[in-house]
Design a protein around this ligand. Structure first.
Ligand SMILES: [Zn+2]
Ligand SMILES: [Zn+2]
Ligand SMILES: [Zn+2]
Length: 470
């Protein structure tokens, strides 16, 4: 989960992927993709009011992200305030300053392979070259293909500061199979089960609201069968040509389901598929990455699949974030002058991520080549109000951070993979409410009780933050 606070200090009137607190008063907003941890504050009244009422202030995003947003009535009414940055083209964006001056910045969007519409932003201007990856999954070699990151003569542009997704920058996740390999395994599991009997059906359990759509596209192409999705998902996908062809909202015309809104019961290989109202023999396939630590996934295809509890339940290693090796390759290719980690991975502290960043950013002989390393952190937010500079906590490797947390915080951290660190400072209660919302169980969740208790814990935590602000 991103702990990026929304501001790049090199561009003082720009907010990216966080629309809370002082970020609201920026004059240009950028959204990398539609995942909750990157949309904090986007639906708040105060943000929407500012976007609606201030002339020349826009939200910039990719075309698909704009499609996904405008399915919601709120954003449909604000279409004129959402500006699409086309892929493969550099756009000049005028960034206004409250003093009346302005600065022209060239912005290029580069697809990140994370989920539909996800892009990274390259900002170029007087402040230098700033690259913000958002969430990304690029395999080794992908980065060399992006024209926007190279000069006309083919040399790599010097990135002054890289803001990078470090979700799996951990020795626990050294490598992942390519998505093509994961999809091949998945298609084999589907085909073998469907051929075994005419009552057999497939249920693909998506790990997040968006992110595995490439699976649907590949399955539909390879197996010639669409994937049944919930009508709310279909409403979004029908605007995205490539996905639309791969999915259906008709439960009866396919044997492959990913209709998350439905409840299914799993019992001795026989499950009720309520979207069809009949008993089926279900094989459940769950694309996910967390379970595939380096002890589990050794690079072989066999180790990229886990069969669970003698049931027809399979986990397939499928990641929409870069592995350690992929982040390393990306960073070593670009050799940026400064790097800021935007995610503190589960069970890790800022000092750990700084040590790992140092490990992957060794190049050249000279010590002076070494980039300056920092970690984005909400630690700088005081009384729920972040200020421009305190919102980015710059930590040199030589500094030891005191990461002491209260018992309550430790539990919450454990529950949410260790990402919520406030170091004794106040965090905007809205963040905890959003996390609570994220954890709220949906109908049919197998871990409903756990999700419910974590969700309540975050709500209580939000209430605690609220009362301490009074
Ligand atoms: Zn994220
Ligand atoms: Zn994401
Ligand atoms: Zn279905």
């Amino acid at each position: 989960m991103s702990c990026f606070v929304g501001r790049v200090k090199e561009l003082k009137n720009v907010s990216i992927d966080c629309f809370l607190n002082s970020n609201i008063y920026s004059t240009a907003y950028f959204l990398s993709h539609c995942h909750t941890d990157h949309m904090r504050g986007l639906r708040s009244d105060i943000f929407l009011k500012r976007l609606r009422s201030e002339a020349h202030i826009y939200l910039y995003c990719s075309e698909i992200t704009a499609h996904i947003l405008t399915v919601e009535t709120t954003f449909a009414a604000l279409m004129h305030k959402i500006k699409v940055l086309p892929l493969g083209v550099s756009t000049i964006v005028q960034i206004l300053d409250p003093d009346g001056s302005s600065e022209d910045v060239t912005v290029s969007v580069i697809p990140t392979g994370h989920c539909p519409g996800a892009v990274m932003f390259l900002f170029e201007g007087e402040m230098g070259k700033i690259l913000y990856t958002g969430d990304f999954r690029l395999c080794e070699g992908d980065v060399s293909r992006f024209r926007q990151l190279h000069h006309l003569d083919g040399s790599v542009k010097v990135i002054d500061k890289l803001y990078v997704d470090t979700t799996f920058l951990s020795h626990q996740y050294m490598q992942f199979p390519s998505r093509l390999s994961s999809i091949s395994i998945l298609c084999n599991l589907i085909t073998s089960w469907l051929q075994e009997g005419s009552d057999n059906d497939i249920y693909i359990q998506m790990p997040a609201k968006y992110g595995s759509e490439a699976v649907f596209i590949a399955v539909a192409k390879r197996l010639g069968m669409k994937v049944h999705v919930s009508s709310s998902a279909y409403n979004i996908y029908k605007n995205i040509a490539e996905i639309q062809e791969a999915v259906t909202d008709n439960p009866c015309c396919t044997r492959i389901h990913a209709c998350q809104a439905y409840n299914w019961r799993f019992c001795d290989e026989t499950a009720i598929l309520p979207c069809q109202g009949k008993l089926s023999k279900l094989r459940i396939i769950k694309p996910c990455a967390l379970s595939f630590t380096s002890e589990v996934y050794d690079g072989s295809l066999e180790s990229a699949v886990l069969k669970c509890n003698d049931q027809e339940l399979f986990k397939i290693c499928y990641s929409s974030h870069c592995s350690y090796r992929e982040v390393e390759h990306f960073i070593r290719y670009l050799k940026p002058r400064q790097i800021e980690a935007c995610v503190v991975p589960r069970n890790m502290k800022e000092a750990d991520i700084l040590r790992l960043l140092k490990e992957v950013s060794r190049w050249g002989d000279s010590f002076t080549d070494a980039p300056v390393l920092t970690v984005s952190s909400s630690k700088g937010t005081e009384n729920g109000m972040s200020t421009d500079m305190t919102s980015v906590c710059s930590v040199r490797l030589t500094e030891q951070q005191n990461m002491s947390t209260s018992d309550n915080e430790t539990d919450v951290n454990k529950a949410y993979g260790g990402n919520v660190q406030n170091g004794g400072h106040h965090v905007d209660p809205e963040i905890y409410k959003l996390i609570a919302e994220d954890f709220k169980p949906k109908i049919g969740d197998s871990d409903m009780d756990i999700r419910q208790s974590i969700s309540l814990e975050f709500l209580e935590y939000a209430a605690g933050q609220n009362s301490s602000l009074v």
